[in-house]
Design a protein around this ligand. Structure first.
Ligand code: FE2
Length: 428
């Protein structure tokens, strides 16, 4: 007998009316009306079933610390970094683990089962790294958690930045990070990209840098990152996070840059929520949006995946662990609202992010991991519009979270007794 069958599912690629059978932690079959029986069955009733959401850019060491030791009054990136610098010396292993575990609970409830988190290596105690390694182990049965050694205060700019990052790599982080635009000079930024790519190549690790998270169009470290990626043969294993300066760059230069990024097969990770909040802060009006060039990068064939970046921390007081909130903002900021665009945005929250993280066995095909999410919506476009309830979250063929459908009772004469927000979509 099979372990679990999800019946009458709509898939993100538009196929509908399919059953998904799971056995031994794998997807055994995807077909209409599978005759076999299973220990447990879920009737998806024509709702969307997707592989889990994947967040390729997060800060798990800072999450849920909002208000500690005070609020970010200006709301800027730089006050956020200063505030984190105040909080950092007071961080303890126990508090870091407790907040991260609580966030992971929230993530699971939203069907978010893979997260790449940057972990600050600026405090030579490396309490952040040790705590996140602890969390990675604790959540292993239900979340794929990747750790990036992230020199928040600068690889060269911070005292002991180089040595601390090397120790974090030795402790067992998964990815080498960087922040070239925050080094003291453009030259130091360039040198940091070179050194960190060399380190990653030597250690056999992928790279994921905060790169050019600024409105300064002359911040062009992505160019160096692309060149170093090719030099070290790291194609497909490097990610450029944020890339917001590309919003403000000259179009002619970008026409050269995007093919360079494509040649290096760099995975691009915009963070729409945080960047619409933080960029353009030195502008009066017109005020730049600051998100990188999503539509143009997708058109060039780049692998674009969106990150949540922050949830209730020194940089961002909002956030919910819901990747559909991230996609919802991406649709608005990138102005990508056609049906085809929405499918691409949904892919950026799922399959593209899985590719960025190098996840194995991801997807809804036969033989893939039996990991999936049932949503109270008909299709991917409706999921992005509604940010609907995750009716069931399945990991390796076992239901690990359930939420009751959202249906309102209505008490109006002559009107329906109930309102289901998922019932409003026109048949297109
Ligand atoms: Fe970040």
């Amino acid at each position: 007998m099979l372990d679990l069958i999800v019946r009458n599912a709509n898939l993100p690629d538009g196929r509908s009316g399919l059953d998904i059978a799971m056995q031994g932690g794998r997807i055994a079959e995807v077909a209409p009306q599978i005759a076999a029986t299973a220990g447990e069955e879920i009737d998806a009733t024509g709702c969307l079933v997707t592989p889990p959401f994947v967040d390729p850019h997060f800060h798990m060491d800072a999450t849920l610390s909002l208000g500690l030791p005070r609020m970010n009054r200006s709301g800027t990136l730089l006050e956020g970094i200063a505030l984190w610098g105040e909080l950092r010396p007071t961080l303890t292993h126990e508090a870091l683990v407790e907040r991260a575990m609580r966030y992971c609970d929230l993530a699971v409830s939203q069907g978010l089962l893979a997260i790449r988190t940057h972990v600050d290596t600026s405090d030579p105690r490396l309490v952040t790294v040790e705590a996140m390694i602890d969390v990675r182990e604790r959540v292993k049965p239900y979340i794929d958690l990747q750790l990036v050694a992230f020199p928040q205060d600068g690889y060269y700019r911070a005292k002991d930045g180089v040595a601390a990052l090397a120790r974090a790599v030795d402790l067992g982080v998964d990815v080498v990070g960087g922040i070239p635009h925050f080094e003291r000079t453009m030259e130091d930024g360039r040198l940091s990209v070179e050194a960190l790519c060399r380190l990653a190549a030597e250690k056999g690790l992928p790279v994921d840098m905060h790169c050019d998270e600024t409105d300064d169009p002359m911040s062009r470290h992505i160019e160096t990152l692309a060149a170093e990626t090719v030099r070290h043969g790291l194609q497909g294993r490097v990610a450029g996070s944020h890339l917001t300066s590309m919003h403000s760059m000259d179009n002619y230069y970008v026409s050269k840059l995007i093919p360079l990024i494509a040649e290096a097969e760099i995975n691009v990770i915009p963070n729409p929520l945080i960047n619409i909040m933080l960029q353009g802060r030195h502008d009066t009006f017109p005020k730049r949006r600051g998100m990188t060039r999503v539509r143009e990068m997708m058109a060039a064939g780049l692998n674009v995946s969106f990150g949540h970046d922050c949830v209730m921390d020194p940089w961002y007081s909002m956030g919910s662990g819901d990747m559909l909130e991230v996609g919802h903002m991406a649709i608005h900021v990138a102005q990508m609202a056609s049906m085809e665009d929405k499918v691409k945005i949904f892919e950026a929250l799922t399959v593209n992010s899985a590719r960025t993280m190098g996840l194995q066995g991801y997807g809804l095909d036969k033989g893939c991991n039996a990991d999936l999410v049932v949503l109270q919506a008909r299709d991917a476009a409706e999921a992005l519009r509604l940010k609907p309830v995750r009716l069931a979250v399945v990991k390796r063929g076992r239901v690990i979270a359930r939420t009751a459908p959202r249906v309102a009772d209505l008490f109006l004469d002559g009107r329906p007794a109930q309102v289901d927000p998922a019932s409003y979509a026109p048949k297109l």
